[in-house]
Design a protein around this ligand. Sequence first.
Ligand SMILES: Cc1cc2nc3c(=O)[nH]c(=O)nc-3n(C[C@H](O)[C@H](O)[C@H](O)COP(=O)(O)OP(=O)(O)OC[C@H]3O[C@@H](n4cnc5c(N)ncnc54)[C@H](O)[C@@H]3O)c2cc1C
Length: 445
Amino acid sequence: MAMCRYARDLEVAHDADVFVAGGGPSGVAAAVTAAKCGAKVFLAESTGAFSGMATAAFVPAFAQFTDGVNFLADGFGRQVRERACAGTADLFDGWVPINPERLKSFYDEAVREAGVDFSFFTNVVDAVTEDGRIACAVLASKRGLFAVRARVFVDCTGDGDLLAFAGAPFEYGTDGDREVQPPTLCSIWSGIDFNQRTGADQAGLPQAIADGIFSVPDLHLPGFIGEMPGVPGVGIGNVGHVFGTDATDERSLTEAMLDARRRLAEYGRYYRECLKGYEKMALVCTAPRLGVRESRRFVCDYTLSESDFLSRATFPDEIGRYAYPIDMHASKADAEAFGKMWEGYNAKYRYGEGESYGIPYRSLTPKTLSNALVAGRCLGADRKMQASIRVMPGCFITGQAAGAAAALAAESGGDVRGFDVKTLQSRLKGLGAYLPRLALPIGEQ
Ligand SMILES: Cc1cc2nc3c(=O)[nH]c(=O)nc-3n(C[C@H](O)[C@H](O)[C@H](O)COP(=O)(O)OP(=O)(O)OC[C@H]3O[C@@H](n4cnc5c(N)ncnc54)[C@H](O)[C@@H]3O)c2cc1C
């Protein structure tokens, strides 16, 4: 392979207590929380808006904020539910449909209100590490390369770009194979009669596949959760998986975008010809970004696992609790893989009302680095648990905790393991976080 050496001095354009990479649900929660806790925060976001997958990839709805009894994503998540989704009722299983423009406005305001300094169109492209800590993040924008120095670095890029550049260990797929949940290119459609539809988008798939409507035999169709709030007849389609995509490889992402756009015509035909309420449906636009469900998962001091989900685990260093089922989209288009997925989602991995699992602080502390944290869909979890915690209310919980922890670490030299976790828990409690163990008498916590 031909190589080219590149070395230069960079301007340190920002000096912060806390640097947050990525402004998706976890990143905004982390940045706003760290700022509320008194830290000087700088956030870099590669697109032109906050909210990550929900606005850049048109993810259509929030998954459950509650366990049916308790508001689990309390604190920052409650603000999102009450301010960005005001007037929108919960649908079945606690889904809340999204209007992406309302969400963008809410985030713009929340970030500015908190006093977070930030720039859009700014990518983290490298990291400088010294003695097990990140010294600087290297950023790229239209003006070229520059550096950000901070006491604590929080990776909320979804793919863990900053931590990967800093050499933190991660996993991708299962046991050495690189199979992950496939991404979807979400899309906005008009002309839908939401009163007429039956909700059974999946039912006609086997016949439509047999009839040759689809070029890929994909038997899983999340479909349209509900009407976009405030926009009658318009919905966001979560339709079509692109199997075999590597979200950390731009060539693979490029192929995936082309393939997904081509295959949307097949979904348009299926909906119009086979399903009630969709006869006049028309494609408005596809998302500018591919919707990525899974890529790198970082090796942290604790790896949340399927057994923690099944046992409804509690932890002494709990920073929150969550309850969404393990929703592991099949990585291959074969009938056995789809069967396993449905069995898990509908039965084995479904909680009763009021049940939840704990999230330990240690699942946010990446091994080998002393001044870095991770939140959102690439935190320390096995593939099964990632398939639960990855949804947006889960990201609000881990983002909020990472923000509070980063501010605390910044106050005392930058070591994310250098403070008493009880101090973090009581700060989180003060911010509204759902931490029922803290209500227990000392000794039973
Ligand atoms: C198709 C699909 C459907 C889904 N459906 C739902 C659903 O219905 N309900 C639900 O709650 N969740 C759903 N999810 C899950 C959820 O949207 C994501 O898991 C969640 O958004 C992850 O949040 P995050 O903050 O970890 O990362 P992201 O949302 O990916 O945000 C990361 C942010 O970082 C930025 N970024 C990335 N790399 C860099 C870099 N190098 N430098 C600077 N910025 C960078 C990105 O632009 C982005 O804004 C779905 C996901 C997909 C893909």
